[in-house]
Write a protein that binds this ligand. Structure first.
Ligand code: FES
Ligand code: FE2
Length: 434
């Protein structure tokens, strides 16, 4: 690696970042090691491996991993690498099995990754080969932990525990679960994938960039508002219009929501209100919630309404919509964004229909909003090659942050979420993060 620490130390300034953070393949490799190799990264939800033997495959940074459930019900996050000569053991996105078996020479592994059978093992009789030696297993990652079924893992043995890492974002996960009458959510179906030909940070920075919707999403926002304005008096607003029209909100609206940032690069917009606050009620939902919790508690639960909680660097959640978007970096200029949809267990099925409708309208590659963002990321990735300037600005509303305990509040259209992400980025990349 020829990218020097000295160069790396100069990439982030308080109000701008050098283009190399988006374009340099060596910086990307260092990010995989120092940032994605240390932070808690979202792996999956326990409901995806409900039964013994069920597994899913994914990545932590660029490391292939498996999330599995063993016969005792224990959940594991294992490197998806054979202990023999290193072949990827599980190739499917998900499945159910009694054991993992490598397709190359047939070594097989228990669901917790321990080596089970080696074919024609007599060849090892007079060697120091030891079935119990962890180097011959599918090794567990250094740490895994879950909160209300959301499984995160860290490839680093040391660092903050998951609860400390999540900090104030934990209330977003809790709120999404509490919106179920039984306090539980489950993943429905597989993810809706969207491949972006751009650096992973462009997606993660965009989530709390509230100065772009009124430009990038102007056409769909205005068209939807026109549809609403032309509705006959008293006619209900179509669900699609309810979902899309806030994306055409004003600068003042987004400023008033506010942007909240916290340690480790996390952030969210709004809090008590967001672009999801004015959805119409779905028949039967309030009744089921009040029956479970009582009116006062339900009012408290539904009063929280955060937009795009970002658990830096991998996980983003909309509590009021029950959609998670997960960032999976592939190369310096290639990123997979996965949308995952959650059922509120015990709630009317129409709640799930709204969740899916939301994703279809906003997150899908065939939607009317996501491709606006995707186009902007690709334009950035392309034009950052320009020699005309080497820096990317992030100084909007700098100096106007206010502290509220562990949370910093800024006007919604400020660049504070980006500045906060780069503060964390710098700490990981320079090895200062605890
Ligand atoms: S590489 Fe897996 S059994 Fe040989
Ligand atoms: Fe957007």
């Amino acid at each position: 690696m020829s990218y020097s620490q000295d160069r790396l130390d100069k990439l982030v300034e308080k109000n701008r970042v050098h283009r190399d953070v988006y374009t340099n393949p060596e910086v990307f490799e260092l990010e995989m090691e120092r940032l994605w190799g240390r932070a808690w990264i979202y792996v999956g939800h326990e409901s995806q491996v409900k039964q013994a033997g069920e597994f899913i495959t994914t990545t932590i940074g660029t490391e292939p991993v498996v999330l599995s459930r063993d016969k005792s019900g224990q959940v594991h996050v294992l490197y998806n690498r054979c202990g023999h000569k290193g072949a990827k053991v599980a190739a499917q996105k998900c499945g159910k099995t009694s054991m993992f078996r490598c397709p190359y020479h047939g070594w097989s592994y228990h669901l917790d990754g321990k080596l089970n059978v080696v074919p024609h093992a007599c060849g090892y009789d007079d060697t120091d080969f030891d079935m119990e030696d962890p180097q011959f297993s599918m090794q567990p990652v250094a740490r895994m932990a879950s909160h209300r079924g959301f499984v995160f893992a860290s490839l680093a043995a040391d660092g903050p525990n998951l609860k400390t890492f999540l900090g104030a974002t934990i209330a977003t996960i809790d709120n999404m679960c509490d919106r179920s009458p039984v306090g539980e959510v489950e993943v429905v179906g597989s993810s809706l994938p969207y491949m972006h030909d751009s650096n992973w940070k462009m997606f993660i920075e965009n989530l709390n960039d509230a100065v772009h919707p009124m430009v990038a999403h102007a056409s769909v926002g205005h068209s939807t508002r026109k549809v609403v304005d032309r509705l006959p008096e008293g006619a209900p607003t179509p669900r699609e219009a309810e979902i899309i029209s806030p994306f055409g909100g004003s600068y003042e609206f987004f400023d008033s929501l506010g942007c909240r940032t916290m340690p480790y690069g996390h952030s969210f917009m709004g809090g008590k209100g967001s672009i999801h606050s004015s959805y119409s009620e779905i028949p039967g939902y309030m009744e089921s919630m009040v029956a479970s919790y009582g009116q006062e508690k339900v009012d408290e639960i539904l009063s929280q309404n955060r937009h795009n909680t970002t658990v830096y660097p991998s996980f983003t959640l909309k509590d009021a919509v029950q959609v998670a978007r997960v960032c999976r970096p592939i190369a310096v200029d290639k990123t997979l964004v996965e949308s995952w949809h959650f059922r509120l267990v015990g709630a009317p099925e129409e709640m799930l229909h709204r969740t899916i409708t939301y994703s279809r309208l906003i997150n899908s590659p065939a939607s009317m909003v996501g491709p606006d963002d995707w186009d902007c990321y690709e334009r950035m990735q392309d034009s950052l090659r320009s020699e005309s300037a080497h820096w990317v600005d992030m100084r909007r509303f700098i100096g106007q942050e206010k502290s509220e305990g562990d949370v910093t509040v800024s006007p919604g259209t400020s660049d504070q979420a980006s500045r906060n992400q780069y503060k964390a980025w710098n700490e990981y990349m320079t090895g200062e993060v605890s």
